[in-house]
Design a protein around this ligand. Structure first.
Ligand code: ADP
Length: 482
């Protein structure tokens, strides 16, 4: 099976979020299972020839766009034995950010990613590479299925090529003024409610949903939720219409990168057999983060500080709990200024019980996973949620709101049966969060034996990409049969 995976970010070449992790890890697992995978992405400023030993493949490929023909260059890297291609068009991609600055999105994103989609298709044709599957991800590659089903419909070159479209987060839709439509080269007829039109805009995400052969998202529950009004962000109707082609496959995590046995970024390595070393990590981190060392239950949060992540209920819950209980929090995150300010304020009020680091810090994240007793993800909505999966691997017990992927990955602890993998709650309220954290604190303070059993059991669970890649292969086969 020949598979082309298209992503606007791929770790380690470029990254703003979880999409990059998936696009970097899934292909490695697919290749191990015998799939012939190639990757393609824009050549941003951070994708340098030097850092990634890029080789120029072709200097002069063409893309029809905006009534003219524009050219681009194609670069190639060897990524763990996988061919990774990069589309070079400096006017579009040689910039500091991937999609925008700290303040706002780039104004020509409609053009930048229409060009990218068209260039991917033209690369296949002009190089003579006929993939069985083009696997597109999120709005940035949403126009590819639309082009294939309209402009290239009668092109025999693509007659056996099928498309899969993965939605990583329905909150990001690639919405643009319809004035951009002629620039894309798509026929004006696609500007209707059943196709690209979305409340007076054109939606690149909707293009992917409408025109791909199969759609999937990153957990089973999120696949159901996005078909409802509450979670569908306006696209629930069209998703229900495509319901029989919509699947959910949980993301995995990279078990080489996230491995407490060998992780060079943590203070002391450990395995499920020797979880006592977690205490060494905790002690050192408490010192580093200026918390006085005590054996209080430590709750960790590593998150984008955005509304989606539940910070609105975290702040009032912390205020209530910190007054009443012996406990500590470590928060690592960045995002909306209002949330950054709110978590900083609470750390000022509880100096030796709450430590906050604003920023993106990979090394600190590893230490937090290895040290905290509980890992908190009380999201308003959550397509998959990688944090709790990493927490399992490091023996930090997750506390989550039962939504999207979090509902699928965490089995709520049953006090009577002493069973479960973490703690979860349903209502998006401060009180529900407080009650659930109280349950976790009770277990920590009163039943160390069960707590340790849970830690060991969680560490042994398998959330590796190997398992999830098998499910993707089944989906690709389904698409080919269509
Ligand atoms: P999302 O993709 O919506 O941001 P996920 O939980 O699926 O959320 O993935 C987030 C990933 O990014 C996790 O690997 C988490 O450890 C990491 N992460 C989030 N914020 C930070 C941060 N401030 N510093 C380091 N890593 C972070």
């Amino acid at each position: 099976m020949k598979l082309l995976l298209v992503s606007s970010e791929i770790f380690p070449f470029s990254k703003t979020g979880g999409l990059a992790d998936v696009a970097g890890a899934l292909p490695k697992a697919l290749q191990k299972s015998g799939i012939d995978v190639k990757l393609i992405s824009p050549k941003y400023r951070c994708v340098t020839e030097k850092d990634f030993s890029l080789k120029l493949v072709n200097q002069d490929l063409d893309v029809p766009i905006k009534d003219t023909i524009e050219s681009f260059a194609l670069w190639k890297a060897d990524y763990n034995g996988i061919e990774a291609y990069f589309i070079e068009k400096d006017a579009y991609y040689d910039r500091e950010g991937l999609y925008g600055t700290e303040e706002k999105d780039y104004e020509d994103n409609a053009e930048r990613f229409a060009f990218f989609c068209r260039a991917v298709i033209e690369y296949c044709k002009q190089i003579g590479y006929k993939p069985d599957i083009i696997h597109c991800n999120d709005w940035q590659s949403g126009l590819i299925p639309a082009y294939l089903k309209t402009l290239y419909k009668d092109d025999p070159f693509f007659h056996h090529t099928k498309t899969i479209f993965t939605i990583h987060n329905i909150g990001y839709q690639g919405l643009f003024d319809p004035i951009s439509l002629p620039m894309t080269g798509l026929p004006q007829s696609v500007y209707n409610m059943e196709e690209l039109e979305f409340y007076g805009k054109i939606s690149y995400l909707k293009a992917g949903i409408v025109f791909s052969d199969i759609i999937n998202t990153v957990s089973k529950t999120y696949a159901e939720e996005i078909q409802t009004k509450d979670y569908g962000a306006g696209l629930d109707g069209i998703l229900r219409k495509r319901g029989k082609d919509l699947y959910g496959i949980m993301n995995g995590i990279d078990y080489e990168k996230w491995n407490p046995k060998k992780d060079p970024l943590i203070y002391a390595n450990y395995t499920p057999k020797k979880i006592s070393a977690r205490k060494i990590n905790k002690k050192n981190l408490q010192k580093e983060m200026k918390l006085t060392y005590r054996d209080y239950p430590l709750i960790g949060i590593i998150s984008r500080l955005a509304k989606q992540k539940g910070i609105d209920i975290v702040i009032p819950a912390m205020q209530t709990l910190l007054k009443k209980y012996r406990m500590e929090f470590i928060i690592l995150g960045k995002g909306d200024k209002q949330y950054e300010k709110a978590v900083q304020e609470i750390s000022q009020s509880y100096k030796n019980k709450v430590s906050v680091k604003i920023g993106f810090d990979e090394a600190l994240a590893h230490k937090i996973y290895a040290s905290c007793d509980f890992f908190l993800t009380p999201s308003l909505y959550e397509p998959c949620g990688l944090g709790p999966l990493i927490a399992y691997r490091y023996g930090a017990i997750p506390i989550v709101r039962a939504t999207g992927g979090l509902k699928d990955s965490v089995k709520n602890y049953n006090l009577k049966k002493k069973e479960g993998t973490g703690f979860s709650f349903r209502a998006y309220t401060k009180d529900a969060l407080c009650n659930t954290i109280e349950k976790a604190l009770y277990l920590y303070n009163n039943d160390e034996k069960t707590l340790n059993k849970m830690v060991k059991q969680d560490m042994k669970m398998d959330w590796s990409w190997e398992e999830q890649a098998k499910k993707y292969i089944r989906l690709y086969k389904k698409a080919i049969k269509k």
